[in-house]
Design a protein around this ligand. Structure first.
Ligand SMILES: C[S@@+](CC[C@H](N)C(=O)[O-])C[C@H]1O[C@@H](n2cnc3c(N)ncnc32)[C@H](O)[C@@H]1O
Length: 431
């Protein structure tokens, strides 16, 4: 069963043939990026789309095994549900059953915690269903014959067209003709365009970077395509060139129009699971600080019961949240602050009046803010993280200050990828 369809590594346009160096190895474990790791003749060997326990053959190129054949398949091996799985670099784990992937992702979090001398009970994992990704960045390029649109093959500049993608929401897949047309008018053969599509209540919200400079003709073409393909908004570089309808998102009972490219949880199902976990973690808090709040994913639903201070570094996001809150009825007060929480974390005196904190930082984590939280002694903290390593580092800061890590829940909204999202609860023992 030849698994590795990419027997050559592509660099630029030239494909480099690799010299055969056949070996057989047994995969011992998966690394955190999903690569199988085995002992080879001269040290560690890395192999794609394999599973622990599998005996595999292939050609060794440096420390990478290519032209892989599975000699003894794992009982966890399944037929990939997507026809593009062998070549597309978007999904790395389609060859494994859901139970294996769940255990592997939970193991990554447990391993990161162990590395900091911590452990925690795990709540049952949520996994978003296939075809649920509502936000994705595709790459497009003009070619001799037309347009190539898709995802990159793993560690390669080869673009793989993905018309049958099993990850993307059907509404995102349905934008492919529009994206194709945008690349056709606004792309060149020498550069790649990055097209971020976000499903909104009013249609697709599309942000394109890397395209041709805007001219009067290009503006007209882009406006025409926005109209004919029913896009909600089209942003070209940092300029919104067409707005057919405000690209609204709903958080709780409130509609928000996020700025172009604004952060949004990857799936609606993942967002619901995260919100449930956050609500469970903080309980009936009267005053909540929502740190790294984005456009109000947590702040707006939480304001149905509690007063919220919502802090975010991007002024366009706080402005969108404020506007949405002003237009909403029946919510408690939300106060917003635009603030760089890496450089100027909320200090203990500013945190003193809060019953609970929600914190959802970017991948870098929130080291400075965690130190301030550790000193502030807010009774309960709901943490959301997309990086188990920085989460565990920050968890140690809190636990060293007396917090207990009550539970962790993996919320897998990055199905079939190596990304891990989680929610967790920290609390102080009652005084
Ligand atoms: C993982 S997102 C979470 C957003 C929001 N909680 C949500 O669920 O939609 C992290 C957020 O942190 C913001 N951010 C990044 N660096 C920041 C900083 N140094 N200070 C404050 N906010 C920052 C980003 O703009 C982004 O909105």
């Amino acid at each position: 069963m030849p698994l590795d369809a990419i027997a050559t590594l592509t660099k630029g346009k030239a494909a480099t043939k690799l010299k055969a160096n056949p070996v057989q190895v047994t995969i011992e474990r998966l690394g955190h990026l999903g690569d199988g790791i085995a002992h080879g003749p001269q040290g560690a060997v890395f192999a794609m789309q394999v599973l622990p326990g599998e005996a595999v053959t292939g050609n060794l190129h440096g420390d990478r095994l290519l032209d892989i054949r599975i000699v003894t398949p794992s009982p966890n091996r399944v037929r990939p549900p997507c026809v593009h799985a062998r070549t597309c670099g978007g999904c790395l784990m389609q060859h494994a059953d859901d139970g294996f992937v769940a255990d592997w992702k939970q193991g990554i979090v447990a391993g990161a915690l162990t590395g900091q001398g911590l452990s925690a009970p795990f709540r049952p994992m949520h996994t978003s269903p296939p075809r649920s990704r509502r936000r994705a960045t595709l790459t497009g390029r003009r070619t001799k014959g037309g347009v190539l649109l898709g995802f990159h093959a793993r560690a390669s500049d080869l673009l793989v067209s993905v018309p049958e993608c099993q990850l993307l929401h059907p509404d995102v897949l349905a934008t492919f003709p529009a994206l194709d047309a945008l690349v056709r008018v606004g792309g060149t053969r020498s550069t790649e365009l990055h097209l971020t599509v976000t499903r909104s209540l009013a249609g697709a919200d599309v942000l394109v970077t890397g395209g041709k400079d805007l001219t009067a003709d290009l503006r007209m073409d882009l406006a025409r395509l926005t109209e004919s393909h029913g896009l909600a908004r089209l942003t070209w570089g940092d300029e919104t060139v067409a707005l057919r309808a405000a690209p609204m998102q709903r958080f709780g009972r409130v509609l928000v129009a996020p700025p172009p490219g604004a952060f949004l949880q990857a799936t609606a199902e993942g967002e619901t699971a995260l919100l449930r976990a956050v609500a469970l973690a903080i309980g009936p808090a009267r005053r909540i600080a929502d740190l790294f709040c984005g456009v109000g994913t947590f702040a707006l639903p939480l304001a149905e019961r509690s007063e919220v201070l919502a802090v975010e570094g991007d002024p366009a996001m706080t402005a969108a949240l404020e506007k949405a809150h002003r237009g909403a009825e029946g919510l408690k007060r939300i106060t917003t602050q635009t603030r760089d929480l890496f450089r100027r974390p909320l200090e203990p005196d500013e945190l003193a009046s809060f019953d609970a904190v929600v914190i959802d930082p970017p991948r870098a984590g929130a080291e400075a803010q965690s130190k301030a939280l550790a000193a502030a002694k807010v009774p309960v903290i709901a943490a959301v993280s997309c990086n188990p390593v920085t989460f565990a580092r920050d968890a140690r800061i809190l636990t060293q200050a007396g917090y207990s890590l009550d539970w962790v829940q993996v919320i897998d909204q990055f199905r079939w990828s190596a990304h891990v999202e989680l929610a967790a609860r920290f609390s102080l023992p009652p005084r």
